[in-house]
Design a protein. Structure first.
Length: 228
């Protein structure tokens, strides 16, 4: 997963610029954007049913906070999970999380569940630092999500969730970069198509994700809670 020095430096510069822009947005404006994202998530993913495992991330550096979306769907039987960094060069482990779960601080000081059951998410809400027109995500540079997704069969549905200011033309994707299946921003829902990300209505968003899930499940079993 090594990048050329030139590409690594370019991505580092893009990352720093995008983070600076995001963190400079007034909190009230980010809150308004987040409220819109929650509404789009509700119409696009609020149908998730009992037993589905939803992976999400603890908010970091002014990211969208997916915990607000998780609260009502958890009451419908959806299980939520947070990632745990197992070590350099390794993929992430997901552990079941709810507001009363005991937490510890991990990499970057981000909380993770201390000793709850591990899980294999069916769907991941992944925050981008940057997201390009083809649905490739620029993250924080650790490569954790790419390593995780490369080893999961079937791969969970991956929905990038972030603000419109995160868009860039291209991250110059490499062979190890794994694109997102969809994107949700304050402006709406997008699905990855042949020509890249395209805006769709909620019905088509749900339909396309369901079709993709069924296609991936044909060759292997669906992710479910382990160790419980």
């Amino acid at each position: 997963m090594a990048l050329s020095p030139e590409l690594a430096a370019w991505r580092k510069g893009q990352r720093e610029t995008l983070l600076a822009v995001r963190q400079a947005v007034p909190a009230a404006e980010r809150a308004a954007w987040s409220a819109s994202i929650n509404e789009w998530l509700d119409v696009g993913l609020g149908h998730l049913g009992h037993g589905v495992v939803l992976g999400l991330c603890w908010p970091f550096k002014a990211e969208f906070d997916a915990r607000h979306f998780a609260a009502p769907i958890r009451r419908c039987g959806v299980q939520t999970a947070l990632p745990v960094v197992r070590g350099a060069g390794l993929g992430l482990e997901f552990r079941i999380w709810s507001p009363d779960t005991a937490l510890e601080r991990g990499v970057y000081g981000i909380p993770f569940p201390r000793d709850s059951a591990t899980a294999l998410p069916d769907l991941l809400l992944i925050p981008p630092v940057g997201i390009d027109a083809q649905g490739f995500r620029l993250g924080y540079g650790g490569g954790y999500f790419d390593r995780t997704l490369a080893t999961q069969h079937p791969r969970p549905l991956c929905v990038a969730v972030g603000f419109e200011i995160s868009r860039i033309p291209s991250i110059q994707p490499q062979a190890h970069d794994i694109g997102m299946d969809a994107l949700v921003t304050e402006r709406g829902l997008q699905i990855k198509g042949h020509a890249g990300l395209e805006t769709v209505d909620p019905a088509r968003f749900r339909q396309q994700l369901q079709m993709l899930k069924e296609t991936r499940a044909k060759t292997s079993g669906q992710g479910r809670v382990a160790g419980s």
